[in-house]
Design a binder for this molecule. Structure first.
Ligand SMILES: [Mn+2]
Length: 442
């Protein structure tokens, strides 16, 4: 009988450690193997929990005969080949737990467990929860750090209710939020802070297909620890739909692309795939070897222009506008609004041109003054903020926030063709993911 082992992908991140700390309860007795490279974000955690985790190195596998392998957080052979190097001719059972559902598995003979989870760790937690298995508080803390990291503190578009359930399970098992807060990547290193400021000064803003996209290009001598954490902070600070940083690594003669996106219509995985990279729709990267001298940055901008679906516009968001003729009385206007279920409507002249906006609140003022038979134009708001069919959701957002309006008439050739209301916008905000489905297919 040989040994059974388990490991995560090379360049182990917090989600790998989190997954393993849970998997050890599903597979007691499996040796945990550590990658030769630990991602900078996970170094502190590994230092602190080294003794608790009791991992062996990949090299030590040479001493064992192995008959079973369990893999965490990847289904790509390339990302685990450093382990298989030490177990040549492995022909035993391989089980994979991986939340990268959009990727094809190329590990021969592997059976894959997957599912929609923001963090791979959550998938393992749910398995333990289902079987009513209890975990130790150190493992709970490690796992919670993994979930926080892979879900962007529960804010990425990939987060599901089950990630929260998993977090709750871990809290009930004594996970320490204090420790998690300390272990999550911060810009601790001086070089990260200085890079952060340098990048902030070089980022470029683009409007591509209606999205606000930021990019940057910078030469670095070589790969630097904690680059992704810096990119994340910049993405947090700047209110953009996506940020893609291009680093030209001079010594290696390669380019490194790191991207973050926060808009469900942007899939960075597709963008990075075209550069030979991979990741999630909202976080992906690519390393382009032997590319010194190539205009990668220009190519990226081109690629974004070509590959991004156009941003949502008022066309997809607007509802049919109930218009009110300027000569109508307040009373008739009130009836019309109530019948149509609107709290406000554009007021138009004889040629259907926008001349004002009337809301139930304006009418209320007239009611108090006993003026319900007055014409609506006496109580309407003039100089109405309006948009057209091509106004993007982002611009609409700014109009709502900047002008504190509840109704935005949409005009075409000066005529009212629809309106977007605050409640339409709230609906959009809350159903961001599902909203995509009602967009006509191009
Ligand atoms: Mn992961």
């Amino acid at each position: 009988m040989g040994e059974k082992i388990m490991f995560g992908h090379s360049n182990m991140d917090l989600d790998c450690f989190g997954s393993l700390s849970m998997a050890r309860y599903l597979y007691p007795g499996h040796l945990m193997v550590r990658s030769g490279r630990i991602h900078p974000v996970a170094k502190n955690l590994y230092t602190v929990y080294r003794d608790h985790l009791e991992m062996i190195t990949a090299k030590e596998l040479k001493k064992h005969s192995i008959d079973e392998v369990v893999i965490m957080d990847t289904r790509q052979y390339d990302r685990v080949k450093e382990y298989f190097r030490f177990i040549p001719d492995f022909s035993g059972k391989i089980t994979v737990y991986d939340h990268h559902c959009e990727t094809d598995c190329d590990i021969p003979g592997a059976s894959v467990y997957d599912g929609d989870f923001g963090a791979n760790t959550s998938m393992l937690c749910m398995e333990l929860l289902k079987r009513d298995i209890h975990v130790d508080e150190n493992d709970a803390t490690i796992a919670l750090a993994g979930i926080y990291a892979d879900t962007g503190n529960f804010s990425h578009g990939n987060v599901t209710g089950r990630d929260f359930q998993a977090a709750q399970y871990l809290m009930e098992h004594g996970a320490s939020l204090n420790a998690v807060g300390k272990l999550l990547s911060k810009l601790r290193e001086e070089h990260q802070v200085s890079l952060f400021h340098r990048l902030l000064n070089t980022i470029q803003f683009h409007n591509i297909q209606g999205y606000s996209i930021i990019t940057s290009w910078m030469k670095l001598e070589g790969q630097m620890a904690g680059l992704a954490a810096v990119i994340e902070r910049i993405f947090e600070v700047e209110d953009a739909d996506a940020y893609i940083a291009v680093f030209e690594l001079e010594k290696e003669g390669s380019h490194l692309l790191i991207g973050r996106a926060g808009n469900p219509r942007i899939d960075l995985n597709i963008i990075m795939n075209s550069f030979g990279g991979a990741g999630h729709p909202q976080a992906a990267s690519a390393l382009i070897k032997n590319s010194s001298g190539f205009p990668i940055y220009a190519h990226l901008l081109n690629m974004l222009e070509q590959r991004l679906k156009h941003a949502l516009t008022s066309m997809e968001l607007m509802r049919e506008a109930v218009t009110i003729s300027r000569k109508m009385t307040l009373l008739d206007s009130a009836l019309r609004l109530e019948e149509s279920g609107n709290s406000g409507a554009p007021v138009v002249d004889e040629d259907e041109r926008l001349v004002g906006m009337i809301t139930l609140r304006d009418i209320q003022k007239g009611r108090k003054a006993g003026q319900m038979n007055a014409p609506v134009h006496a109580y309407m708001t003039r100089n109405v903020i309006h948009a057209d069919r091509n106004t993007t959701i982002r611009e609409i957002e700014q109009m709502f926030y900047r002008h504190d309006i509840g109704h935005l008439p949409i005009l075409e050739d000066e005529k009212v063709v629809g309106q977007v209301t605050r409640s339409d916008y709230i609906k959009f905000l809350q159903n961001n993911g599902d909203f995509r489905e009602i967009i006509p297919q191009e």
